[in-house]
Design a protein around this ligand. Structure first.
Ligand code: MG
Length: 162
């Protein structure tokens, strides 16, 4: 097993509203509500970006890609992830694994987890076994539990490039 030199954690939350797309890990999920955000509101990729940033001691996602910058209006978060990965590599690291938990009361994400995992692995150029996508409800509690928001927690492991 490959060793890990650094770990980082990232979280994200977006409000849900009608008239927006719900994009999770770059996968469009059919649902009556979508994530409100300056970019595409992809909580999965945003949490992964912050986990990578944390592991490599980079500025956080808000600092790297400010929502005051019109460049990032409706931005495809896959582009932001790719840029972050490039920066991580520039700093001498490669990604060992990412582990993700999506917190959502609705829609039910069980049928989408495999597609999200495959897509995150593809975007990160990682073998699928190095990517984990989990999903859970919030037991009806708080904004996530009331279905008003969707949230994500991610952790990333990095190792020094040889
Ligand atoms: Mg976000």
């Amino acid at each position: 097993m490959t060793g890990i030199d650094r770990v980082g954690i990232g979280t994200d939350l977006h409000r849900l509203a009608p008239g927006r797309r719900l994009v999770l890990g770059h996968v469009a999920v059919e649902y009556e509500l979508g994530a409100v955000g300056h970019s595409d509101g992809d909580v999965v990729l945003h949490a992964i970006i912050d986990a990578l940033a944390g592991a490599a001691s980079l500025p956080d996602i808000g600092e790297m890609f400010p929502d005051t910058d019109p460049t990032y209006k409706d931005a495809d978060s896959a582009v932001l992830l790719t840029r972050t990965l490039r920066t991580v590599e520039t700093h001498g690291y490669e990604v060992v694994n990412v582990d993700v938990t999506i917190h959502a009361e609705r829609p039910k994400l069980g049928p989408h987890k495999a597609a999200i995992r495959d897509e995150v692995a593809r975007l990160m150029a990682l073998p699928t076994p190095r990517v984990s996508i989990k999903a859970k409800t919030n037991e009806g509690l708080d904004a996530v539990g009331r279905g008003e928001a969707i949230a994500c927690t991610a952790i990333a492991g990095l190792k020094h490039r040889c």
